[in-house]
Ligand binder design. Structure first.
Ligand code: FES
Length: 122
């Protein structure tokens, strides 16, 4: 408990599973660290209250339930320099395929706090 301050996330690996532990005002939640979209580490994203935002395409998940609450954003940022023509073709093709990728809810884990120790059933 002392390693995770309020509003912080911590990446851990248990039996080969990558898990994020979150401290929400003393309530501890645990969920799968790999994003249900394209596998980015959610623990490297941002958390605001009970919502984590993926660092790669900004999908949002409720950390208490694992439910997806916002789809990924797959548009380039306005103001980016144009890519060379070969890269533009590649990005158009990749972008078309990306629309077929589904984003799944995150698996959550049962958590029990005993003193300063967090136990997770993985
Ligand atoms: S990998 Fe997380 S939103 Fe794309």
């Amino acid at each position: 408990m002392s390693e995770i301050s309020n509003g912080q996330m911590k990446h851990v690996e248990i039996n080969g599973e990558e898990i994020v532990i979150v401290n929400l005002d003393g309530k501890i939640c645990a969920f799968a660290d790999r994003c249900g979209h394209m596998n980015a580490r959610l623990s490297r994203g941002n958390i605001s209250k009970n919502i984590v935002t993926c660092p790669l395409h900004a999908a949002k998940f409720d950390v208490t339930s694992g439910k997806k609450i916002a789809e990924p954003v797959m548009e380039p940022s306005p103001g980016l320099e144009p890519l060379p023509p070969k890269w533009q073709k590649y990005m158009e093709s990749a972008g078309q395929e990306a629309h077929y990728i589904k984003t799944y809810d995150q698996e959550t884990y049962e958590v029990k706090v005993v003193g300063d120790t967090i136990k997770i059933r993985a």
